[in-house]
Design a protein around this ligand. Structure first.
Ligand SMILES: *[C@@H]1O[C@H](CO)[C@@H](O)[C@H](O)[C@H]1NC(C)=O
Ligand SMILES: *[C@@H]1O[C@H](CO)[C@@H](O)[C@H](O)[C@H]1NC(C)=O
Ligand SMILES: *[C@@H]1O[C@H](CO)[C@@H](O)[C@H](O)[C@H]1NC(C)=O
Ligand SMILES: *[C@@H]1O[C@H](CO)[C@@H](O)[C@H](O)[C@H]1NC(C)=O
Length: 268
């Protein structure tokens, strides 16, 4: 056994020696700081984010506008129009964010009544959603579906909701205000059976699918680059160890230095 393990450790030593030899030229030149920066991951709570997301430790050249994240009390948040959305989960492979509206996180009485606005330049709704319409200030004695009041901007308003639009529903016409919040189809089915689950439905959130040029990013990553975005020229950029590229990183310089030698051998 002893000679065997000895030769393995010799091999390992040789391997590390060769590795050190190859490693020396690359460690001598400093990586492009943008390459190093955009290689980092945003960690917020238990969720990790890479390209196209940026913010905090990732500079704005690490992703397109519209993908800026904040981390507040271990909760990642993204802003779209007037809405702040809490990120409940992320699926980078399917490019899906699970989000919930911050202003409806603690109940159906927000301080301000705002509709859900999505950044359709970069996102789209998931396919498994229903619209929950919340009606405020209806003052219809007959509509005691969910007899509760909210105090919004100092005014007491009754609140009710609908997940399906009934043809005879007077509320769209009669109520002072209405707000549309997407919820999961499954949550809407539960809600139809039990009105008390409205807060759960709101907290469950909804899905957004994001759209970026993932083919270009994959080609960049395959060439050992890191995906980024030039917010000045509004275009994709691939950060390489040495310098940015519009497409992919060229092979390392050692390979290029070998070429004249190889040619000499071939011609000589
Ligand atoms: C939300 O959108 C609905 C449908 O477009 C509209 O009727 C309602 O007035 C909007 N509510 C607010 C608060 O803007
Ligand atoms: C919900 O309402 C919005 C308009 O406010 C509409 O664009 C969207 O398609 C609706 N979603 C569903 C699932 O009906
Ligand atoms: C809601 O407010 C109305 C008018 O102020 C009042 O008559 C009603 O009892 C309140 N409902 C609840 C559930 O507090
Ligand atoms: C973005 O493009 C501009 C104009 O070509 C250039 O000056 C700038 O350095 C680029 N920024 C990044 C982060 O590559």
């Amino acid at each position: 056994m002893y000679p065997n393990s000895f030769s393995i450790s010799s091999l390992l030593a040789l391997f590390f020696f060769l590795f050190a030899l190859i490693g020396v030229p690359t460690t001598l030149c400093v990586d492009d700081p943008r390459y190093s920066d955009c290689r980092t991951t945003i960690r917020c709570g238990s969720i990790a984010f890479d390209y196209p997301f940026w913010g905090m430790n990732r500079a704005n050249y690490c992703g397109p506008p519209g993908f800026e994240l904040k981390c507040e009390d271990e909760v990642a948040k993204i802003t779209m129009g007037q809405n702040t959305l809490r990120i409940l989960d992320v699926n980078p492979r399917q490019q899906i964010l699970q989000v919930a509206r911050e202003d409806y996180w603690n109940g159906y009485c927000p301080t301000e009544l705002i509709n859900t606005t999505i950044d359709f330049n970069h996102f789209d709704f998931g396919s498994n959603l229903r619209n929950l319409t919340l009606f405020y200030g209806c003052y219809l004695p007959s509509v005691v579906i969910f007899g509760n009041n909210c105090t919004i901007n100092g005014a007491i308003m009754d609140v009710s909701y609908a997940v399906t639009s009934l043809l005879v529903d007077p509320r769209p016409v009669v109520c002072q205000r209405s707000v549309i919040v997407p919820i999961y189809e499954r949550a809407s089915q539960i809600l139809e059976g039990n009105p008390l689950t409205v807060n759960d439905a709101l907290k469950g959130g909804f899905e957004l699918q994001w759209e970026v040029d993932s083919d270009r990013c994959r080609r960049c990553s395959d060439s050992d680059g890191v995906c980024g975005y030039n917010q000045t020229t509004n275009s994709f950029i691939c950060f390489c160890r040495d310098q940015p590229s519009e497409t992919t990183c060229s092979p390392t310089t050692q390979v290029n230095e070998m070429t004249p030698l190889t040619l000499n051998i071939l011609t000589g």
